[in-house]
Design a protein around this ligand. Structure first.
Ligand code: ZN
Length: 341
């Protein structure tokens, strides 16, 4: 059986849901768990369509009937999607929102076969809300199906987890992410790098590919890789260049620099090239792996991590970067003089 239309990857979770539809053994509560930005919500919407589609000859939704189209537009009265306000520093789904939902469970669906309640980022339901939700999950109504979605399974109450059928979503493989990026109009070279950096999250890959984040990452890694013992001012200049980069952006750049040294260590350890993330600067990775031992590369990763830790506190960003860049700068040649300031 093929997957839901428009869903990238996820043959296994889609298969689980489709066979429960085929066997008419739909559970009253599902918990979709897996990395953010990989398409869990899209599957939840397809599942809600399947449950309410006017054409029930096929377990997959037709996508064109009045139920399917209104569910896709989030305009169907029986399919309710709630999510926290993600613009907040700490997004929360409040108890009032959960109470409103629960009230609906007592009514019959207005138009469709089943009411479907999708709670995205379910781990953000606050404690009171979780307890109210738990009560509802303990007394299932045959006409309502809950789909909880989370990227933080362990943050949900164990009692809630145990009331749901957990459907696990694996990170997307690179080929799937690249294909989806190509569909979104991203050029092949950018798609290749964004997919490698994304860790299997299509959402992250799209952000990387479209926000020009890749160019900045590439430039930073190449700048650091170009530090030479013969150029003692190099580390200081590089630190100066990023003295005013916003801390959030700098943390991203340092994240990508860690992956760069991780790749250097991998090449040094003889790993296959397919495992590299920094595919757009592979030559620099390979060149550096000839100069650094695996232990040295791992040591660099640790130092970058320490700098990131320090960056989250009150710190002089330029001084911190100077120290970091000096520690990453190679010292193997004859030039080992400390820099005079
Ligand atoms: Zn339909």
């Amino acid at each position: 059986m093929t997957e839901f239309e428009g869903v990238v990857g996820h043959a296994r979770p889609s298969g689980i849901l489709l066979s429960s539809l085929t066997a008419s053994r739909v559970h009253h509560a599902y918990l979709f768990a897996g990395l953010a930005g990989i398409g869990k919500r899209m599957v939840a919407v397809r599942f809600a369509q399947a449950l309410n589609c006017a054409d029930q000859r096929d377990p997959r939704p037709c996508g064109t009937c009045t139920h399917c189209t209104r569910i896709a537009r989030e305009e169907h009265p029986d399919v309710i999607v709630i999510e926290p306000d993600r613009s907040k520093a700490r997004p929360v789904i409040k108890i009032e929102v959960v109470r409103n939902l629960i009230r609906q469970v007592h009514f019959k669906p207005y138009e469709g076969n089943r009411r479907v309640i999708i709670i995205d980022d379910a781990e953000t339901v606050n404690e009171q809300g979780s307890n109210a939700l738990l009560k509802t999950l303990e007394e299932p109504s045959g006409e309502t199906v809950f789909v909880l979605i989370t990227a933080a399974l362990q943050s949900l109450l164990p009692t809630i987890r145990s009331r749901c059928q957990i459907v696990r979503f694996a990170p997307l493989d690179r080929a799937h992410v690249m294909a989806a990026l190509a569909d979104a109009g991203v050029d092949a070279d950018t798609a290749k790098v964004a997919a490698a950096f994304s860790g299997g999250s299509l959402g992250d890959a799209l952000r990387l590919a479209t926000e020009d984040g890749l160019a900045a990452r590439r430039e930073f890694a190449l700048d650091v890789a170009a530090l030479r013992p013969a150029d003692p001012m190099g580390p200081l200049q590089l630190a100066g260049k990023h003295a005013r980069t916003s801390p959030a952006e700098l943390l991203h750049l340092l994240d990508s620099l860690k992956t760069f040294y991780r790749d250097v260590a991998l090449v040094g350890a003889g790993a296959a090239r397919e495992r590299l993330v920094n595919v757009d600067v592979e030559d620099a990775v390979v060149a550096l792996s000839a100069d650094l031992t695996v232990d040295e590369a791992i040591g660099h990763i640790a130092r970058i991590g320490e700098a990131q830790q320090a960056l989250t506190g009150y710190v002089d960003q330029r001084l911190l970067l100077e120290e970091l860049m000096l520690s990453l700068s190679p010292t193997k040649s004859t030039h080992v003089q400390p820099i005079q300031r």
